[in-house]
Each structure stands twice: as structure tokens, then as C-alpha cells.
Write a protein that binds this ligand. Structure first.
Ligand code: UDX
Length: 460
């Protein structure tokens, strides 16, 4: 099939390249000339596993083309994916300006029946909105359909998710468009769920908000674990055995980040607000996450009377492993807070240092090797569970550190083993706990409401 994908961000590039891989003729469009020139030469603006090889192969086999002209792309295709950015405004409202602009340009260039697919994450009602804009810009009467087809790709495994995803959602009122989309996706051999456009649009927000809530839920359980001496890893394992709950997305830690969860949770709150509905649960999901990000700071505050001049090493800057994306990463808030408190900051990440330099305009000493970043530190903060961190030699780390505080924000090490090796080790919601260092065992037994208010969990 002849397909155009407008917007060569994360979603557009993965969608375009994967659809080329299954034999379609794809044209990707972006108004950024430099990006398009780079892409023509097989240079990706993002890091994503398997994407580069696939991009180069499909360019070579003449199935993947790049242009800056929306008009050419519209003419070329039967199906046009809109995959431009939909960032959120400060107040959580979705900025639809790029979608609106593209819809107008599509309208002006439409010359025959085409299907326009909303792939970007857009508020409920956007299928109608895009259809109206296209209609207004038509130069002559042409038939077209607009449908919703949200993506559920995870960064770092986006290619795999495209080929082995759990479902493809299509929101359409047109039988003709639905059939063509089914034909397009049939080779992927995945469950295709077809519904009305509004439901499809809401499925995306609801799914992300639900997963984000699962994370905030387990993080609150982690806080309770710290007050009771339970171990959140054990609790999560036990919970996950119930098939209705499932074992996934129950990893306690320093909270969720990335381009999707924070934005989509805020977006759903906004959708509610516009309908005069207060979505209380997900407002709390967000609030719990904001507090959870500060856990390493709370622990440090309890260990060091003053962080001024304390040498801290941050390991991991991205919001999760296998991506170079630091958008909304907990590391950003944590580093800003460390800076405010006057700590001396050293940082290492396997691939995101350049991205961090662009965003964090702070006096941070960046390293290209974990051990170099750790040498001479008073405390290590592990913020992303990169595989290479799991393989670090902890004896070597111990020998390199000044004071041996190790805060494991992703629970990748075993508390007992780390303590046995001489670390002041703190995980999130594990048996340690912060309380063994901060308040006495006896105090743990005092009813929560009577405990001192300075616990590291900060929620007393
Ligand atoms: C997410 C959704 O999974 C995907 O379906 C959607 O299309 C886009 O948003 P992504 O943002 O790439 O994907 O990352 P994901 O793997 O879902 O993780 C999001 C955040 O949650 C990360 O910061 C991660 O560290 C955190 N997380 C995840 C936890 O803290 N605990 C968990 O158990 C799982």
C-alpha cells in the first residue's frame, strides 16, 4: 500500500519504518530539512533498538522515502498517518497546533479518496476536529475518512511492540476505511479491536493512566513496606501471581517519567475538567509520583545534615533503560534538587549525556564510565536500571567511594548482600529499611499516626 507518515518523531519514524518492513511503500514527511536530509542518509534523530538497521534496509530496498513536502506526500498515498507532536501546555492542555496545521495542509492537497489516520495522542473528539479542518480546506469536493489508531509503543522496545503488540485499536465510523486498515495490519497477525473514534481515543489515555496508577499504587505500598518492615519486591511478587492483577508494572522505584505517562495522565485530567469531571484517582497518581521522585533526596537529607559540598554520583539519567530519552525523567528533578542543596554532582549514563547537557544547565561533572563517576563519592544514586549497572563490580565500587551510601532507586541490587559488602544501602520499599538508619526498630512498632514526622518516606 502507498502510505505517508507526517511527522518524523518517535511515533512517525517507528510506524513508517515498520510498515515499510512489511512491504508497504512509505513516504515520511517533516518540515525540518536537516532531519529529512539525515534520514535519507540513514541517520536517526533518536536511539531505538533495531530501528537503524531496519531504516537503512528499507531505504536501500526503495520502500522508504523522505520529503519535506506534505503536498507530495498526500498525493503519493492512500493512507496518511498524522504523527506530529502533541506536547502538553503548562496546564496539561494538549497543544493541537501541529495537528491542526497538518490537517489544513492535507485538506488543501487532497485530490482523491484517502484515509487520514490520527496516530498522535490527541484528546477525545480529535477525529471530528481533524475532519472538520480538512473539510474547510478542501479545494474541491473529495471523499475522505478520518480514523483514530492510537499507538502503544514503549520506547526501547518500540519495534518489537509493533510486530508483537497485544492489540491494534482502530476507531472508525467508515466501513471502507476500517477494511483498508484491517488489510494494512493483517500481516502483523495481531488482535485488531475496532470501535468508534471517541472510544479509541480514550483507550489510549485510559491505558496509560491505568499503568501509571499501577506504578503509583505499588510505590505507595513501598512506602507502607518501609513503615512495616515488609519488602515491596516480595509483596509485588505475591500480588502478581493473581492473574487479575498480573506481575507487570509492579516495580517500585523513584516513579515514572517519559514522554507519555506524565503527559497522558495530565491530559486525561484535563479531558475530565473540560467535562466538569474531577478525575480524583489519577490526580493522586500524579501527586504520588511527584513525591516518589524525591525519595533519594529524603534519604540523603536524613543521612547528611547538610548536602553542601557532599559529593554525589548519579548513575542513569534516562527515564528508563534502552533509550536516550530524558524527557520528564526523575533524574532531572532529583539533580535540580541536589544542586539547590549545594551538593557536588557527578553523573554517568550509557547514552544520554549529550541530551542531559542540553537540558540541565547546571555545573555537573559528566563521565563516560561509571567507575570514574563513582570515584571519591560520598553517595551513589542509581536512578535508571540499565543492564550494565546490574553488572557493575560492587567491591570495586566500594573501594572507590569515600562514604559508602548507595541509594538504589530501582531496586536492582539485593539489600542484604549490599549491606554485607559494607554499603549503607537504601532501596525503595524494601526490608532495610530507611528506618533502621533513621529511627529505631522500636519506633517502627509505634502506630503510624504517632511516629515522628521526619521519616525518609516523608509521608508521616
Ligand atoms: C509507555 C507505555 O508503556 C506505552 O504503551 C505508551 O505507548 C507510551 O508510554 P514508555 O513511556 O516508553 O511507554 O515506557 P514504559 O516502559 O511504559 O515506562 C514508563 C515509566 O514507568 C518509566 O519511567 C519506568 O521506569 C516506569 N515504571 C514502569 C516503573 O516505575 N515501574 C514499573 O513497574 C514499570
Amino acid at each position: 500500500m502507498k502510505i505517508s507518515v507526517i511527522g518524523t518523531g518517535y511515533v512517525g519514524l517507528v510506524t513508517g519504518t515498520c510498515l515499510a518492513e512489511i512491504g508497504n511503500d512509505i513516504t515520511c514527511v517533516d518540515k525540518d530539512h536537516k532531519k529529512i536530509e539525515n534520514l535519507k542518509n540513514g541517520i536517526l534523530p533518536i536511539y531505538e533498538a533495531h530501528l537503524e538497521d531496519m531504516l537503512i534496509r528499507n531505504i536501500g530496498e526503495n520502500r522508504l522515502h523522505f520529503t519535506t513536502s506534505v503536498e507530495d506526500a498526500v498525493r503519493h498515498a492512500t493512507i496518511i498517518f498524522i504523527a506530529v507532536g502533541t506536547p502538553s501546555h503548562e496546564n496539561g492542555d494538549i497543544d493541537m497546533s501541529q495537528v491542526d496545521e497538518v490537517a489544513g495542509e492535507i485538506g488543501k492537497s487532497l485530490d482523491a479518496y484517502k484515509i487520514i489516520v490520527n496516530k498522535s495522542t490527541v484528546p477525545v473528539g480529535s477525529v471530528k476536529r481533524v475532519a472538520e479542518i480538512i473539510q474547510r480546506h478542501l479545494k474541491r469536493e473529495v471523499e475522505f475518512d478520518v480514523i483514530s489508531n492510537p499507538e502503544f509503543l514503549r520506547e526501547g522496545s518500540a519495534v518489537l511492540d509493533t510486530f508483537q503488540g497485544d492489540r491494534i485499536v482502530i476507531g472508525s465510523t467508515s466501513k471502507k476505511a476500517t477494511k483498508i486498515l484491517h488489510d494494512l495490519y493483517r500481516p502483523l497477525k495481531q488482535k485488531i479491536f475496532t470501535t468508534d473514534p471517541e472510544s479509541a481515543e480514550l483507550i489510549k489515555y485510559a491505558s496509560n493512566a491505568f499503568l501509571a496508577t499501577k506504578i503509583s499504587f505499588i510505590n505507595e505500598i513501598a512506602n507502607i513496606c518501609e513503615k512495616t518492615g515488609a519488602n515491596v519486591n516480595e509483596v509485588a511478587k505475591g500480588m502478581g501471581l493473581d492473574k487479575r492483577i498480573g506481575e507487570k508494572f509492579l516495580n517500585a522505584g523513584i516513579g515514572f517519567g517519559g514522554a507519555c505517562f506524565p503527559k497522558d495522565v495530565k491530559g486525561l485530567i484535563k479531558i475530565g475538567e473540560k467535562l466538569n469531571y474531577d478525575f480524583r484517582i489519577i490526580r493522586e497518581t500524579l501527586q504520588v509520583n511527584e513525591e516518589q521522585k524525591m525519595k533519594p533526596i529524603m534519604i540523603l537529607d536524613n543521612l547528611f545534615p547538610d548536602l553542601r559540598g557532599v559529593q554525589i554520583t548519579v548513575l542513569g539519567l534516562t527515564f528508563k533503560p534502552d533509550t536516550d530519552d530524558i524527557r520528564e525523567a526523575p533524574s532531572l528533578d532529583i539533580i535540580n534538587e541536589l544542586h539547590k542543596r549545594g551538593a557536588k554532582i557527578k553523573a554517568y549514563d550509557p547514552i544520554a549525556i549529550e541530551n542531559a547537557k542540553r537540558v540541565l544547565k547546571l555545573p555537573i561533572h559528566y563521565f563516560h564510565e561509571a567507575y570514574d563517576a563513582i570515584a571519591g563519592s560520598d553517595a551513589v544514586l542509581l536512578l535508571t536500571e540499565w543492564k550494565e549497572f546490574k553488572e557493575l563490580n560492587v567491591r570495586k565500587i566500594r573501594s572507590l567511594m569515600n562514604r559508602r551510601v548507595f541509594i538504589d532507586g530501582r531496586n536492582i541490587f539485593e539489600a542484604k548482600a549490599m549491606r554485607a559488602k559494607g554499603f549503607e544501602y537504601y532501596g525503595i520499599g524494601i526490608d532495610n529499611c530507611q528506618f533502621t538508619a533513621i529511627c529505631s526498630i522500636e519506633e517502627r512498632m509505634i502506630p503510624i499516626e504517632n511516629q515522628k514526622s521526619h521519616h525518609t518516606c516523608g509521608r508521616a
